[in-house]
Design a protein around this ligand. Sequence first.
Ligand code: SAH
Ligand code: SF4
Length: 359
Amino acid sequence: MTKPIHFYDYSKDELTKLLTDWGLPRHTSDQIFQWLYKKKAKSFEAMTDLSKTLRENLAQKASLSGLTLQTKQVSQDGTAKYLWQLPADEKGQTAVVESVLIPMARDEEGQAGRYTACLSTQAGCRMKCTFCATGVPKFGRNLSPAQIVGQMLGMEQDSGTEFNNVVVMGMGEPMDNYENTLKAMRTLHDPKGINLGRRRITVSTSGLIDHLVRFIKDDWPVSLAVSLHSADPEIRSKLMPINRSNPLDKLWKVMKSYSSKRRLPVTLEYILLKGVNDRPEDAKKLHSYCKDLLCKVNLIRYNPVPSLPFDAPSEETVKAFREDLKARGMKVFLRERKGVDIAAACGQLGYENKLEKSN
Ligand code: SAH
Ligand code: SF4
């Protein structure tokens, strides 16, 4: 069986080559590229300045992303969670992934009325952090570039909104699906297409050092966020098993190299977990870890995952932790809680699918 063709998998040059091989002139491939990424057409059918015969031919030979929208849930705060069905693989296995549309009251630049897309890169995750819902079920698969880009365009087509920001903070570890995620990021960044700037795309990683070395060398067109969660080696290893092979001192060096080369701060994500990493001594360790590193800290209230043995601290503890870091001169943001009622908040993705599977 030949591999299905999904247009969102192709860069502009690759698409031109594909369509030239199919006998189409260059200006037609330019038109199609515009339909894909500027006019954000839902289907070949919608590309109305192409002849009907051509549109029918294209629809027979290819699709855009290969994703099918299964369900959409909207939270009281306007956050929407999309569940996508992936096509069956060679073994006939199906899988689903989730992505989230987040309306921002105000973003970090103080702008109102903006939307952020939170995208997944894998169905499941092999990193198995002990606090995260995504790592609980058996690992599914890597998503293709088209499936990563398709989540964003699919949400735009469904909601009629346009995203100003993308965070790769959904299901999966982006560095563990390196090539496909990089390709998708280049598509989001391409000035001739979607044209999102480096500061508008944030990729979050658990901190795989060898991959991060490559990430810097390949110059991903994105900003970097690293899930730290503790600056204490023992605590971090308990929360994130990957810390054993990706220790904090090496992580520090690679982050330093990123921020020096790109002249951009690294965002350090820090989930506050009651009684685990929320004490004054934890703030002190975090502060000394950040010394000489261009970074900002993004504090995240833990979002409860039933069956996992963690709780969120009280609001009082959260605020005290933030104030402690601020008083030490650090740049600190406390992430707004979004979509908790529909399990669309950080770390909750994949949980309901796990329930469906275990039923
Ligand atoms: N795998 C990548 C990106 C996806 S997770 C990473 O780990 O960075 C995106 C963010 O959500 C990470 O900072 C992750 O640690 C956080 N997260 C995971 N489970 C969470 C939970 N239950 N509550 C709050 N944040 C969580
Ligand atoms: Fe994977 Fe990130 Fe969840 Fe860890 S926090 S299991 S790396 S998705």
